[in-house]
Design a protein around this ligand. Structure first.
Ligand code: ADP
Ligand code: MG
Length: 717
């Protein structure tokens, strides 16, 4: 089966023939909908078909078996269900304020009821003096509790078999205006469920998995998620449907990964040769960490198979990814292939070029640099060396992807400090060689394991989860704004020892102008503490011309300036081992992973480094938590886990845009345990039937095909 294109037309038409699918019916054909309501349901809630309504899950249930006393209402009561006698009607106010007012009275007290709409309908259909149940959201008017537009139910309407748990659905203002509030939606779901039979919601998860995991049937799950008979039935339904989501995602991405591994043709790096060995034994300045060795081994295996490698390499800041990149490029060179190393900025490209050239001295490997500022004659020379193969390694910014750059035989592309590599860029890379080069994407943004197992499950991925020995963890503290003078004194003391310091200001898009003014004020302030000629300051921010920015950065790199005042533009990659202080102003405005990235700019040399988070006095709960975590740990994976907990998985690592984690019910943090079971079940299944060819997996296959739109195929590779 081909998950990418979903070509398997015979299978589809065959299935349609044996089961005309009621769930595929347009929503307007549901009793009580019709064309007009269908149009608005589509527009407001994206409900096109019966199946969409089936998957419009209630946000909670109201337990109708529990009737409260009116005197139970307190200032914090949200919803309440009460029973009592309906009082007489009164019409008050005029125009927009016109309303129907009544009361409900039980043994414990009296509650106001108010309607602004459908007044005449109420008058006609409700009977003061009779007993009703009223349910609604509690509001307060002049300090008295009241229910506005409560749901009323006469006692004779209550049928014996009614579920005590009533689903509550979200609606929108527009829907409500067209009489499609939560209550009417509940009527529609009830209608739909009454029409569905067991065969309309067939089971597609294989029997043995259902049994092992303890899943109720799909049919029952959908019944119970809307209209559960008991709280337990609801829990079982929820478990079943969450498992299903996670399991499908897992099977799909596992299969895509295996398919890609098998189908993609790649160049072969068959052996480790002289260049690699020579460097390894004579030039490598340190022993590799166990994690670096493991990753290299994984890469070696990938690149020897004849299939294209497509690997994401994560490693915390300072974990030594560059060395892995270099050794992989030497492996390529040994096998007669060229490599390129792409970095996001010119500064980082320069730095890589300088370091690598230095390390490779004496070896028969030529390194070239190509960025936007390599011009005319020099540029021509670089292009020539790459085209005729006299240079083996090309380092640069995205300039490397431009058309004039023609390789003799590109076998490997490494992308540094980026975990997404766009489709367009990939296509450009493809054009540069007849067989797609191996791809290694390196990122210092730690991705929590749970996320890696779901959102990135279709990729091969390696982790460097260990720092080189002898690193001193950066010491992190929080300081309040009024303590800034002390912080400045501390920086002075460090500069006296010959060190350098960063001072970072926030730059958040929505308030760009304000932030810019803050930055300038901050800069003036820093200048007042550190006057020339005793001190020199660099400043880098997004509004500068790139030339000015480059010069400022360069002066800091070369040590001409001791202080770098900047916004987060300096976040990635650059390595200045002499910098030992990272001060973050308004630290409460930064996200956890951003703070972690910033802190990674220091602590790269042998000296003890410091990170000082300056905050206001009053912090929100989340900000407090972020600062606390930063002070407690330097472990990027722990920080990433926490970040995911605080922000939700969708915001991490740009997965929101990708829509990959758009689970309707499951939450990969809260439902970790279910996720584990889904991962395990998917693995076992695919070991026994990798292509889902067995007849008992037929319906699962079909389900996956129907969801083919979700194929996360366009990423990286
Ligand atoms: P990152 O993973 O953030 O890109 P780098 O590759 O820049 O990290 O490495 C950070 C520093 O650690 C560099 O100075 C590098 O030379 C050094 N380094 C890398 N691997 C080791 C190792 N195994 N032992 C000691 N130092 C190492
Ligand atoms: Mg790096």
């Amino acid at each position: 089966m081909n998950l990418e294109t979903g070509i398997e037309l015979n299978l589809f038409s065959f299935m349609n023939w044996i089961s005309p699918e009621i769930l595929a019916s347009p929503i307007e054909y549901l009793k009580g909908v019709g064309p007009q309501r269908a149009a608005i349901l589509r527009k407001e809630l994206g409900i096109d078909h019966f199946s969409d309504l089936l998957e419009l899950f209630p946000y909670r249930h109201l337990d109708k078996s529990h009737v409260s006393q009116i005197s139970d209402v307190t200032a914090t009561t949200e919803f309440i269900l009460v029973a009592g006698y309906l009082g007489s009607f009164q019409i008050l106010g005029e125009g927009k304020a016109k309303r129907l007012v009544s009361t409900l009275k039980d043994a414990s007290g009296v509650l106001q009821l108010v309607w602004f709409q459908s007044i005449s309908w109420m008058e006609k259909n409700l009977n003061p003096g009779f007993r009703y149940r009223a349910f609604g959201r509690v509001g307060f008017y002049n300090g008295e509790p009241q229910l506005t537009h409560p749901e009323l139910e006469g006692f004779d309407e209550l049928k014996g078999d009614m579920n005590p748990l009533q689903p509550l659905y979200s609606s929108t203002e527009k829907l409500k205006a067209r009489s499609l509030g939560g209550r009417q939606i509940a009527k529609l779901t009830r209608q739909l469920l009454s029409q569905l039979k067991e065969k309309d919601i067939p089971e597609f998860i294989p029997d043995d998995i259902c049994r092992n995991v303890g899943l109720i049937s799909r049919f029952r799950a959908f019944q119970s998620i809307h209209y559960p008979e008991t709280a337990l039935a609801y829990q079982q339904a929820l478990f079943r449907l969450k498992f299903e989501e996670l399991f499908l995602n897992q099977v799909r991405t596992d299969m895509i990964r295996t398919q890609r591994q098998k189908q993609s043709r790649g160049v072969v790096f068959s052996h480790v040769g002289r260049i690699f060995n020579d460097f390894y034994t004579n030039a490598l300045p340190f022993e590799l960490t166990a994690a670096q060795k493991r990753v290299l081994k994984e890469i070696r295996q990938d690149t020897a198979t004849g299939h294209q490698m497509n690997r994401l390499l994560q490693g915390d800041v300072g974990s030594g990814k560059t060395m892995v990149a270099l050794l992989t490029m030497l492996l390529a060179a040994d096998n007669g292939f060229q490599s390129c190393l792409l970095a996001p900025t010119e500064i980082l490209s320069n730095q890589h070029a300088v370091n690598l050239t230095e390390m490779l001295q004496g070896l028969p490997v030529t390194v070239r640099l190509l960025t936007g500022s390599v011009k005319s004659a020099a540029r021509r020379k670089v292009l020539e060396d790459i085209a005729n193969g006299s240079a083996q390694i090309l380092i640069g910014t995205h300039a490397v992807l431009e058309d004039p750059v023609q390789f003799q035989n590109l076998g490997l592309a490494i992308i540094d400090e980026q975990h997404r590599f766009g489709v367009a860029q990939r296509a450009r890379l493809w054009k540069k060689s007849s067989i797609p080069p191996h791809i290694l994407v390196m990122t210092a943004t730690p991705i929590p394991r749970t996320l890696a197992m779901t959102a990135y499950n279709d990729l091969d991925y390696s982790v460097i989860d260990e720092l080189p020995p002898g690193r001193q963890p950066v010491r992190t503290v929080q300081r309040y704004e009024y303590n800034r003078p002390k912080v400045m004194d501390f920086i002075k003391a460090e500069i006296k020892k010959g060190r350098q310091a960063y001072i970072i200001f926030p730059l958040i898009e929505e308030s760009e102008k304000l932030d810019y003014e803050n930055l300038m004020k901050g800069y003036e302030n820093v200048k007042a503490y550190f006057p020339e000629p005793a001190y020199f300051i660099s400043m880098v921010h997004g509004r500068q011309k790139s030339e000015v920015r480059r010069t400022n950065m360069q002066r800091f790199v070369s040590g001409d300036t001791q202080i770098m005042v900047a916004t987060t533009v300096i976040e990635v990659g650059v390595h200045i081992s002499n910098a030992t202080v990272m001060v973050v102003e308004s630290a409460e405005k930064f996200g956890l992973s951003q703070l972690h990235q910033l802190r990674g700019r220091v602590g790269r040399g042998a000296d003890q480094s410091f990170c000082i988070l300056i905050t206001g006095n009053k912090l929100g709960a989340d900000a407090k938590e972020r600062v606390k975590i930063m002070c407690e740990t330097t472990d990027g994976f722990k920080i990433a886990e926490k970040d995911m907990e605080l922000r939700g998985p969708g915001d991490i690592a740009g997965t929101r845009q990708s829509g990959l984690l758009d689970f309707k019910l499951a939450d990969i943090i809260r439902d970790r345990d279910i996720l584990q079971q889904a991962i395990q079940s998917a693995q076992n299944l695919l070991i026994s039937d990798p292509e889902l060819d067995l007849p008992e997996h037929f319906l699962l296959r079909k389900q996956l095909m129907q969801e083919k739109g979700k194929t996360p195929w366009s990423r990286i590779s």
